[in-house]
Write a protein that binds this ligand. Structure first.
Ligand code: SF4
Length: 122
């Protein structure tokens, strides 16, 4: 997958309004315990949208930096994990394996911890 994140500033901040996948949540996010064959078909359909989407790169960048789950910017969880941006709580063994290999090979990116909402900032 392309890892060139060089995008315009406008696209970086305003890309979502150009997304072509509105209303297609079930295509980009699978149900719990989705059968592998079903996931392959669903992600193939998702990819067909991403490949013609004008904001694929900023979408991918956003998903990687936020360690998202689901299909974003032409990447599934395994592909994002292999690039070093694993989802925060991967459940599939294939995603965990891709994440661990990325760290072993020096590509893993540790996400910033969320601030604890119960601790007042000083
Ligand atoms: S690249 Fe794919 S997931 Fe991202 S906005 Fe476009 S269609 Fe949606």
């Amino acid at each position: 997958m392309d890892t060139d994140f060089s995008i315009s500033e406008e696209a970086d901040t305003d890309w979502a309004k150009h997304a072509i996948c509105g209303g297609l949540t079930e295509v980009f996010f699978g149900p719990a315990a989705e059968r592998p064959e079903r996931r392959v078909e669903r992600e193939r359909l998702a990819m067909s949208h991403c490949m013609v989407c004008p904001v694929m790169l900023p979408c991918r960048r956003n998903a990687r930096l936020n360690h998202e789950h689901g299909f974003w910017g032409g990447e599934n969880d395994e592909e994002r994990a292999a690039a070093g941006y694993a989802p925060r709580s991967p459940s599939r063994r294939s995603v965990i394996a891709a994440r661990d290999l990325a760290f072993k090979e020096g590509r893993g990116v540790v996400y910033a911890e969320e601030p604890d909402p119960w601790v007042e900032a000083s």
